[in-house]
Design a protein around this ligand. Structure first.
Ligand code: ZN
Length: 149
């Protein structure tokens, strides 16, 4: 990856860590899940509401505290999740997980992953992968629970 792309990605992460899209409570959520990352101290609760009568996510909101990577990743996820079905959510989390396990290899698909491609560089730092995955794992648990309901 070029140095300029790396710094662009870092800027995306810093911007999202500051903006924290989706930060807040979601009353009447259809599912919620709490995740902790003891190695870094990150904690997050992800809540999702479905469009009534569908399996499509209407809104994702989250509350948490932790490092910039974990908070920025949740902010990106809050932008990406709405409008997707539970099946599409599970597939998206799978793609993100694959990228986060790539250790910096390959080219992430920004049409599929949007701003989440900014975390490609984080995959080189094994200790930070869990930070990036935290909210996504929580959302995956929400989706699995809702799909089984
Ligand atoms: Zn962290």
């Amino acid at each position: 990856m070029s140095a300029s792309l790396d710094s662009l990605y870092q800027q995306v992460i810093l911007d999202h860590a500051k903006a924290r899209h989706g930060d807040g409570d979601l009353p009447h959520a259809d599912a919620e899940h709490h995740e902790r990352n003891p190695t870094c101290g990150d904690e997050i609760t992800v809540r999702v509401a479905l469009e009534p009568g569908t399996d499509r996510v209407a809104e994702l909101r989250w509350q948490g505290a932790g490092c910039s990577i974990s908070m920025a990743s949740a902010s990106v996820l809050a932008d990406l999740a709405p409008g997707r079905t539970l099946g599409e959510i599970t597939a998206l989390v799978g793609e993100f997980r694959e990228m986060m396990r790539s250790r910096g290899a390959g080219e992430p698909d920004d049409e599929r992953l949007g701003d989440a491609v900014a975390f490609h560089g984080v995959s080189k730092f094994v200790m930070r992968v869990k930070c990036g995955m935290l909210s996504w794992v929580a959302l995956e648990a929400c989706a699995t629970g809702l799909a089984a309901a």
